[in-house]
Design a protein around this ligand. Structure first.
Ligand code: ADP
Ligand code: MG
Length: 547
């Protein structure tokens, strides 16, 4: 299949030349230029990396899958053979896979299994501007491998918007290749005054307004799936009236429905997307953007001791990226659902994940990889020393480390694709013969809470010695009744938690070996919970007091 020309084609020769002369390079090109889908096949064709595997780290699952599918389609390859992907809980790749797209902790896991990356010729870090924790971490790990044992390993950092200086310096003052591309002008509109209607109504009104202002398709940015669904409902009247195709786009959308969003249609499209459409996925034909100004991002949640998605305002840099999506192919318009005078108060840019999330998982990964001194590790951007210290303290409390370094338990926890606390909970539940229920408890803690905030402590829900076990029972009865509507919990989130339970239970069976004899259920689960939260254990000093 012959591929149509893309802006990136013009700079590919310079990129290939840079990588044959240097061990690393930085590539800056606007969203939609062709970085993700064209660069790995070009590296492969040119023999960069001596015919060894090319691994590309992509921060988002949906983009990893879409990129692998697109490369297979353009190269006339079979997905899962020459080109494949591996994301958490899903792998479509084999021994012949020459281009492997991975997400999240997968590259770190590959580094654990094969510390020198013997089979890998090139590692590509895509979307570096997102400053995803796993990207930061694996960039630093790969750089260390390159410096110390694999001078032949090629590293390539790619981004749409990054200032290339710091990363080029980090990669040994490597060359930077830029493709400026041409962005058409985008007319940015603001609200006259804040709109206090619910978001779906604002989106519908905004879409109506921009439809009249441009001829192309509309892309609306929303913070999550719930808002997308409610906005789609709010748009149903307008869609019928103007014959529009209203299409959702978010991380967990099935592949066929993703393809539908990317294919040209005869009707005008209104795509309702999370920030996957900000720089990771390009939709052709968009000339109008409606920006809610909201985003969900990971942040450390002291209530669970884990990271959780939190709703917040976007940064100005993000809002500019979102607006840019309207001007890729023609002049466009972007409506921001906030007043102009509020804009200056938004933060200039996003805080990198490494500065705002929990570091226990990365710390364990580094220690079990053989790193002795976390503070002295060659970070791309060093985290707060206090955050590293508290990560190290928690690892010791969990039994993952002792005075000699990482323990056998710690190595097991490092293999599990979950936070070490959650891994400890799974391991303890498994040991006590209640692995599957411990997996449900783990999923409940780690995933979005399906229960409304602040459950009444003494309400009708209460049936055991622990509020968490009460929730467990409610979820199980929801499952037994075949997901019949349940007013106490959010059915979508509950199904998600139950699916995560199945995946975690499967991983625990695979990684943890034979399970122990069945101890008393409630006792076993409470013990597993305590094992996961050793830092939260307290003893009541006097009966009925809170001391
Ligand atoms: P970048 O990574 O630089 O943002 P991509 O390589 O993702 O760019 O995409 C380059 C172009 O290829 C896009 O502008 C789009 O036109 C097209 N494209 C990429 N993936 C798909 C797909 N799955 N379906 C249709 N078009 C696609
Ligand atoms: Mg890309």
């Amino acid at each position: 299949m012959s591929a149509s020309p893309l802006p990136i084609d013009d700079v590919l020769p310079a990129l290939l030349a840079a990588l044959s002369a240097h061990p690393a390079a930085v590539l800056i090109a606007p969203t939609g230029a062709g970085k993700t889908t064209r660069v790995p096949p070009a590296l492969l064709a040119a023999g960069v990396g001596d015919g060894k595997r090319i691994v590309m780290l992509e921060p988002r699952r949906i983009a990893a899958r879409a990129a692998a599918r697109r490369m297979a389609e353009e190269g006339g390859w079979a997905l899962g053979r020459e080109v494949g992907y591996q994301v958490r809980f899903e792998r479509k790749a084999g021994p012949d896979t020459k281009i492997l797209v991975v997400t999240e902790g997968i590259l770190v896991t590959l580094l654990q299994a094969d510390p020198f990356l013997e089979d890998v010729g090139v590692v590509v870090f895509d979307e570096l501007h997102e400053r995803n924790l796993q990207t930061d971490l694996s960039l630093a790990m790969a750089r260390r491998v390159q410096r110390e044992v694999r001078p032949d390993l090629k590293l390539l950092a790619m981004s749409a918007t990054l200032d290339p200086g710091p990363v080029a310096a980090f990669l040994g003052d490597c060359p930077t290749i830029e493709s400026r591309g041409r962005l058409h002008p985008v007319d940015v509109l603001y609200l006259e005054r804040p709109d206090d209607r619910p978001l779906p109504g604002q989106i519908a009104a905004g879409v109506r307004r921009v439809l009249a202002a441009t001829p192309g398709d509309v892309l609306a940015f929303l913070p999550g799936v719930g808002e997308i669904q409610r906005s789609a409902e709010a748009l149903s009247g307008l869609a019928a009236e103007q014959d529009l195709a209203v299409l959702p786009l978010y991380g967990d959308l099935p592949a066929e429905r993703q393809d539908e969003v990317l294919r040209p249609l005869s009707r005008r499209k209104v795509v309702l997307a999370t920030n996957v459409a900000e720089t990771s996925i390009t939709i052709d034909g968009v000339t109008a953007v409606v920006d809610s100004g909201l985003v969900r991002r990971l942040r450390f949640d002291p209530a669970t001791g884990l990271d959780r998605l939190e709703l917040g305002r976007v940064s100005r840099a993000s809002a500019d990226q979102r607006a840019g999506r309207a001007g890729r192919q023609a002049p466009g318009v972007c409506l921001r659902l906030w007043p102009a005078w509020e804009h200056a108060a938004l933060p200039e840019r996003e805080t990198p994940e490494i500065a705002r999330v929990d570091l226990t998982g990365p710390a364990l990964q580094l220690l079990s990889w053989g790193e002795r001194d976390l503070a002295a590790f060659g970070w791309f951007e060093a985290p707060d020393p206090a955050a590293l210290e508290s990560a190290a303290r928690l690892l010791a409390q969990l039994g993952a480390t002792d005075s000699h370094g990482v323990t056998a338990l710690g190595r097991t926890l490092a293999r599990l694709p979950v936070h070490p606390r959650i891994g400890r909970l799974l391991a303890e539940g498994h040991r006590l013969g209640h692995g599957r229920e411990a997996a449900l408890l783990a999923a409940l803690l780690a995933e979005r809470d399906p229960f409304p905030r602040a459950p009444r402590r003494e309400g009708p829900l209460r049936s055991s010695r622990s509020d968490l076990l009460d929730r467990l029972d409610a979820l199980k009865s929801f499952e037994r009744r075949d997901f019949a509507d349940e007013t106490r919990l959010n059915p979508g989130a509950a199904r998600f938690v139950l699916r995560a339970r199945d995946q975690l239970a499967e991983i625990a069976r695979r990684e943890l070996g034979g399970s122990g004899a069945g101890a008393d259920r409630e006792d076993a689960l409470l013990r597993a919970l305590l094992a996961a939260y050793p830092d939260r254990l307290a003893r009541r000093r006097e009966p009925r007091s809170s001391r």
